[in-house]
Design a protein around this ligand. Structure first.
Ligand SMILES: *Cc1c(COP(=O)(O)O)cnc(C)c1O
Length: 362
C-alpha cells in the first residue's frame, strides 16, 4: 500500500531524498564513514556547507546584502532572538497577529521589547482566527524597530498572498510553513526565518535570512549563541552544528533544483491546493471556513458536517494509507498539509477517500 503523509511537521520528505539517505549512509562521499561521523571542520563537510548556502541563494534569489544563517532551536527560538538582536527592552516593536504562531511570537517578544499590536491585543488562551485581521497601517509607529507577521498560519490554513503594509518598518516574517513553497522577493524583508522540518528537511535547524545591516547593532547582553553576529562570523558553525540535519537540507535543496526550482514548486502546490479546495467547496459534507482569497496553499483544514464522525474518518483514512490528517487541537477538524514533498497522487488519493467516506455517511 502506498503511504501518503499529510503531517504538518515534521513533514513528508521527497522519496528520492530518502533513497539517497539510505544509499549514502555507510559511505558518504568516499569518506568510508557516514556523514554523521565526520567533523564539521573537515573539507568534505565545509564544502557541503558552502554548497548548501549557494543553493539557498540561487533557489531563493538571495543577494549579498543578506546573510544566510542556520540556527538550532527551531522557529520558536527566533521568537526571542529576533527582538534580542533587533530591538531592546525599552524599544518598540510591532506585531501583527492573525493566528496561533503569530500569537506565540507576540507573547515571547514581550519579554525583550515593548510590543505594540496592529489590532486589539490578543488574549490567552489563544482563540483560532479565520481572517487576516484589519488594521490601519497609518497608525503604526514608525519609530518601532520592525513589523513582525506570519506569512502562513499553519493551524488555521490562512496565508498572506500580498505583503502586509508595515508603514515603512522592516518586515520580519515567520515563513516556517511556506518558505520554499512559492516565490518570494527577499528584498521586501528585513528578516525571514523558517525551521527546517516543513520544507527544508528535518527538525533541528532554522534558516534565518537577515539583512546584514541588522546584524550586531544591538546593545543587549545576550548569549553568544543567540547573537546573529556569531552565526554570521562563523558560517553558522561556531560550535558543533547538527550536521545530519544540515546534510538532509542539502539533499532537499538539490532535489528542488533538479525539479526546476521554487517556481515549479509553486505551480505544483497551487494545483494541489486548488484541486482539494474545489472538492471541499463542491461538497456539502466537508467544509473549509477560510475565505478563498486568504486560503493557504500548503495547509488545508477541513471539517466534517458531523464532528461525531471524526474518529472514524481518522481511523479509516489511516488504514487506507492516508496519515496524519487530524487537525490541531486548538482548531479541531481535519488538516491536510500538502508541502513540496507531497505529490499530486497523495491529493488524488485523499479526495477519493473523502468521496467514498461521504457516500457512506452523507
Ligand atoms: C511549525 C511552525 C512553527 C514551529 O516552530 P518550531 O520551533 O520549529 O517547532 C513556527 N511557526 C510556524 C508558522 C510553523 O508552521
Amino acid at each position: 500500500m502506498t503511504i501518503h503523509n499529510f503531517s504538518a511537521g515534521p513533514a513528508s520528505l521527497p522519496a528520492a531524498v530518502k533513497q539517497q539517505l539510505k544509499s549514502e549512509l555507510d559511505n558518504w562521499q568516499n569518506t568510508g564513514t557516514s556523514v554523521m561521523e565526520v567533523s564539521h571542520r573537515s573539507p568534505e563537510f565545509k564544502a557541503l556547507m558552502a554548497d548548501n548556502e549557494a543553493l539557498l541563494r540561487s533557489l531563493l534569489g538571495i543577494s549579498d546584502e543578506y546573510a544566510v544563517l542556520l540556527v538550532p532551536g527551531g522557529a520558536r527560538l527566533q521568537y526571542a532572538m529576533l527582538p534580542m538582536n533587533l530591538s531592546a527592552p525599552n524599544r518598540k516593536t510591532v506585531y501583527h497577529v492573525n493566528g496561533y504562531w503569530g500569537f506565540l511570537a507576540y507573547q515571547e517578544a514581550q519579554k525583550f521589547s515593548q510590543v505594540v499590536t496592529t489590532t486589539e491585543p490578543p488574549k490567552a488562551p489563544y482563540q483560532p482566527q479565520h481572517s487576516l485581521g484589519d488594521y490601519d497601517a497609518a497608525q503604526i509607529d514608525t519609530d518601532a524597530d520592525y513589523f513582525h507577521y506570519t506569512s502562513n498560519e499553519t493551524l488555521e490554513g490562512i496565508q498572506w498572498h500580498t505583503l502586509p503594509d508595515s508603514n515603512g518598518l522592516p518586515l520580519c516574517c515567520d515563513m516556517t510553513s511556506d518558505l520554499m513553497t512559492r516565490e518570494v522577493n527577499i528584498d521586501d524583508y528585513g528578516i525571514i526565518y523558517a525551521s527546517a522540518q516543513k520544507n527544508l528537511g528535518i527538525a533541528g535547524l532554522t534558516l534565518v535570512i537577515v539583512r546584514k545591516d541588522f546584524i550586531g547593532q544591538h546593545d543587549n547582553n545576550i548569549p553568544t549563541l543567540m547573537d546573529y553576529a556569531t552565526f554570521e562570523q562563523h558560517n553558522s558553525a561556531y560550535n558543533t552544528p547538527p550536521t545530519f540535519v544540515w546534510y538532509v537540507m542539502y539533499l532537499v535543496l538539490q532535489w528542488y533544483q533538479q525539479q526546476g526550482g521554487i517556481q515549479v514548486m509553486q505551480i505544483r502546490n497551487r494545483a494541489k491546493a486548488q484541486k482539494l479546495y474545489d472538492f471541499i467547496d463542491n461538497s456539502t459534507f466537508y467544509s473549509n471556513r477560510v475565505a478563498p482569497g486568504i486560503r493557504s496553499e500548503v495547509n488545508v483544514p477541513f471539517w466534517l458536517a458531523d464532528d461525531g464522525l471524526n474518529e472514524q474518518f481518522l481511523r479509516e483514512s489511516s488504514a487506507a494509507g492516508l496519515k496524519a490528517l487530524k487537525g490541531h487541537k486548538a482548531v479541531g477538524g481535519m488538516r491536510a498539509s500538502i508541502y513540496n514533498a507531497v505529490p499530486m497522487q497523495a491529493v488524488d488519493a485523499l479526495i477519493e477517500f473523502m468521496r467514498n467516506f461521504e457516500k457512506q455517511h452523507a
